[in-house]
Design a binder for this molecule. Structure first.
Ligand SMILES: [Zn+2]
Length: 77
């Protein structure tokens, strides 16, 4: 099971939970104050998360398809 990091907006507590992937974006209650805590993305992640919780690889939105870089001299992007 993957481990996810959560942060509580009420008391600023951060904690980690082992959860099935299918429950990764579901709300959890803070173990300290029992308010709703939100998942925070790992610093290792190269993914962005939109408001619906879907992950999109940054390269998927890359207009510079020929060289697979976000910007480069050859494509002038
Ligand atoms: Zn809390």
């Amino acid at each position: 099971m993957p481990i996810y990091e959560y942060a509580c907006p009420s008391c600023k507590m951060k904690f980690e939970l082992l959860r099935p992937l299918s429950q990764a974006s579901e709300g959890v209650s803070c173990p300290h104050c029992h308010n709703n805590a939100k998942r925070v993305l790992s610093i290792f992640s190269s993914f962005t998360t939109d408001e619906s919780g879907l992950t999109t690889h940054i390269a998927g939105n890359n207009p510079c398809a020929s060289c697979n870089a976000l910007s480069c001299d050859s494509c002038n992007l």
